[in-house]
Design a protein around this ligand. Structure first.
Ligand code: 13P
Length: 338
């Protein structure tokens, strides 16, 4: 019997649990491996992901699901077990990144703005991923703040693609993670928290209008947004309390309460700040949806460093991963304390 979309979506944002984003493309994981001086071979990428997914206690207690990349969903561990079976045995739901990347948006802003591609053939790919065990998917749209940008055309094109993706997912009995990311990097001087608020509000409003037009069931999706936060290079950084307060205000004014959960990306925040912001928001309480994490870097950076590409460091890597997973689980309950 097929599971109901609503039940899967609820399980993805179950209390005290969040999502591990381990869906780095081959190009992105190479950058991460470069940072620790490890060669990005297919076997080493497999070993790294196996290390994370075999952190059994952390996975069981704190991780509801894992977003995989195409290569990983097909990979087998050294002992022949598929990585999908390993994470399922630890109670985590397998998910899959299905977009094929953010490509330059044709037109005058093509040097800065992108539109995410991957709709062609998506129906057939989703059917295959379902057979490989995926019960949710991810599509990331990227919105850049720069002088006079984002353009309306960029927001509209990305929101439309997100909605078409989400509708195809639901048709395939796969829960869509809808991820419109307003980037926190970039060097634009006016990129303070209020500019991020303005652009995030505009983006989310547009996304939900497109989701409605595409007849996407809000009960059967999860939103993965950025937090409302100043650009990394802005001279005007905001306090964690202001980030939490403005993020909640922005989301309450744009995200219908029919959406079961919101799982944030970390977007380049430090590990601790990503945890602290999430905890402050949950501690504030009175939220219409579950608020949790779907972190990539903020869950993996410490583990990657402790592992360093060496098999003798697997236990140290797993300890580092388990620690961040536990801290973010506490934050998802509003109970993390520095
Ligand atoms: P970060 O948490 O590193 O931003 O990654 C999350 C993600 O999945 C981006 O698409």
């Amino acid at each position: 019997m097929t599971e109901k979309l609503e039940d899967i979506a609820q399980a993805m944002v179950a209390p005290g649990k969040g999502i591990l984003a381990a869906d780095e493309s081959t190009a992105t994981i190479k950058k991460r491996f470069d940072s620790i001086g490890a060669a990005s071979t297919e076997d080493l990428r497999r070993d790294y992901r196996e290390m994370l997914f075999r952190s059994t206690d952390a996975m069981k207690n704190y991780v509801s699901g894992v977003i995989l990349y195409d290569e990983t969903i097909r990979q087998k561990a050294k002992d022949g077990t598929t990585l999908v079976e390993i994470m399922k045995a630890a109670g985590a739901i397998p998910g899959i990144k299905v977009d094929t990347g953010a490509k330059p948006l044709a037109g005058p802003t093509s040097k800065i703005e992108t539109v995410t591609e991957g709709l062609d053939g998506l129906r057939e790919r989703l059917a295959e991923y379902y057979d490989l065990g995926a019960r949710f998917a991810k599509w990331r749209a990227v919105i850049t703040i720069a002088d006079g940008l984002p353009s309306w055309g960029c927001i509209k094109a990305n929101a439309h693609a997100l909605a078409r993706y989400a509708a195809l997912c639901q048709e395939a009995n796969i829960v869509p993670i809808v991820e419109p990311e307003v980037l926190m990097d970039g060097a634009h001087a006016g990129h303070d928290i209020d500019e991020c608020y303005r652009v995030t509000e505009w983006t989310l409003r547009t996304v939900f209008r497109e989701l409605y037009d595409a007849r996407v069931s809000l009960e059967g999706m999860v939103l993965k947004p950025n937090m409302v936060i100043a650009g990394q290079k802005s001279a005007h950084q905001s306090s964690p309390e202001e980030v939490a307060e403005k993020t909640i205000r922005c989301l309450k004014s744009t995200v219908p309460s029919a959406v079961p959960g919101i799982a944030f990306l970390s977007g380049g925040q430090s590990d601790e700040l990503a945890t602290k912001h999430l905890s402050l928001m949950n501690a504030a309480g009175n939220l219409p949806w579950a608020l949790t994490f779907s972190y990539g870097r903020a869950l993996q950076a410490a583990a990657l460093k402790a592992w360093g590409g060496k098999s003798e460091n697997v236990a140290a890597g797993q300890r580092a991963f388990a620690h961040r997973a536990r801290m973010n689980s506490l934050a998802a309950l509003g109970k993390w304390d520095d």
